[in-house]
Design a protein around this ligand. Structure first.
Ligand SMILES: Cc1cc2nc3c(=O)[nH]c(=O)nc-3n(C[C@H](O)[C@H](O)[C@H](O)COP(=O)(O)OP(=O)(O)OC[C@H]3O[C@@H](n4cnc5c(N)ncnc54)[C@H](O)[C@@H]3O)c2cc1C
Length: 326
């Protein structure tokens, strides 16, 4: 049995210090990912710093953005009136994730920092550079159905599993962080990283940095939105591919667009070039097919996930059609 210390600070500074000072300490929020990883022996922190007593549950509109506290529960955020009215894409993505029970435990901060579901990461008998740097990537030549088609490296082809994060990257959210060296803001697109030669690092957070909130800026994307999630079961399954779409349409012409894909890369995959192609175009299937081709530029599949090269553009086209018709 692995013994560990458990502390429940009431001040953010104390929580940050406890983790910053001790490389074997971890924050714990809902615990729905971290405890799983501990039970399976994938991680063995010697100290858990429970952050649930910190005042980080607020959902409030400040200036020109909606601030979601890092401890706001996924279910609370998904059902919040302001979220549903101002950012319906976020509510759709949250409700597509996990199950009602999990969403009642999972937090905003924990959701974005959940670790990959790559089976080689979970299987202690297999090599995995993310779990144990230098051991190799079992998925590269293995069963790689679920794996990345964008941004992968020879060291790691895992994907990020969060649905919420796909909507947040599309909506230009900003992550608020406090750490041993003070506070800073990180554009959501820069929170997660590509694997490169250091796949053990999922994010650009520094040791001891605590996510305190995420800010979602006001936008015109309150009507024509859709989150298309393709998975192997109707619920309680991670995305094979997902597409987050937000459109601003006037008289049938697209004035602005935000697009992102999930289940395709080590980070939520924003499609900036494809967004630009949409602007000024009629919201028709022909436009959407052209844009999907742009979105897929640079994609590279492996032996078992070639189907994603067709599934991803089809999911994007479907999401665009549904959003346009909303
Ligand atoms: C069976 C199952 C199915 C699932 N299906 C889906 C799905 O379809 N889509 C989906 O998106 N998710 C899915 N999930 C994942 C689930 O959404 C995550 O487990 C959950 O969001 C994690 O949140 P948490 O608060 O429990 O995090 P925790 O487990 O408490 O923490 C996760 C990580 O985040 C760190 N952390 C937590 N909060 C902070 C903070 N404020 N600052 C810094 N670090 C922090 C912890 O140290 C830990 O490393 C599923 C999970 C399970 C078990």
């Amino acid at each position: 049995m692995n013994q560990f210390q458990y502390v429940r600070p009431t001040k953010a500074q104390a929580a940050i210090e406890a983790v910053a000072k001790d490389p074997n300490a971890r924050f714990i929020a809902g615990g729905t990912n971290l405890v799983d990883l501990m039970k399976r022996g994938i991680t063995a922190p010697q100290k858990l710093v429970d952050i649930n007593r910190l005042p980080l549950k607020q959902i409030e509109h400040q200036g020109s953005s909606l601030r979601l506290g890092a401890l706001a529960l996924n279910s609370v955020v998904a059902n919040d009136t302001q979220v549903r009215e101002r950012h319906p894409l976020l509510a759709l993505a949250l409700n597509a994730g996990a199950s009602p029970q999990l969403r009642n435990m999972a937090t905003v901060g924990g959701n974005m920092l959940q670790r990959t579901r790559c089976t080689y990461f979970y299987d202690l008998s297999m090599p995995c550079n993310k779990r144990q740097p230098g051991t190799g990537c079992g998925a590269l030549e293995g069963i790689n159905r679920m794996h990345a088609i964008f941004g992968h490296s020879e060291q790691c082809i895992a994907v990020h599993p969060s649905d919420m994060s796909v909507a947040l990257v599309a909506l230009d959210a900003t992550v608020q962080v406090s750490g041993p060296r003070g506070s800073r803001s990180i554009p959501f697109a820069d929170l997660h990283r590509l694997p490169g030669t250091t796949p053990e690092r999922d994010t650009n957070l520094e040791p001891g940095e605590l996510i305190t909130a995420v800010d979602v800026p006001d936008s015109p994307f309150t009507k024509h939105v859709h989150y298309q999630k393709v998975r192997e079961r109707a619920s309680y399954a991670f995305a094979l591919v997902s597409a987050a779409v937000a459109l601003d349409i006037e008289n049938g012409i697209i004035k602005a667009a935000r697009l992102a894909l999930g289940g395709v890369a080590h980070k939520p995959w924003r499609l900036t070039a494809a967004e630009q192609v949409l602007v000024g175009q009629p919201a028709t299937e022909e436009t959407f097919r052209r844009v999907a081709a742009v979105a897929m530029q640079g994609a590279k599949a492996f032996k078992h996930n070639e189907y994603k090269l067709r599934l991803a553009p089809n999911a994007l086209i479907q999401a665009l059609k549904t959003a346009a018709a909303a």
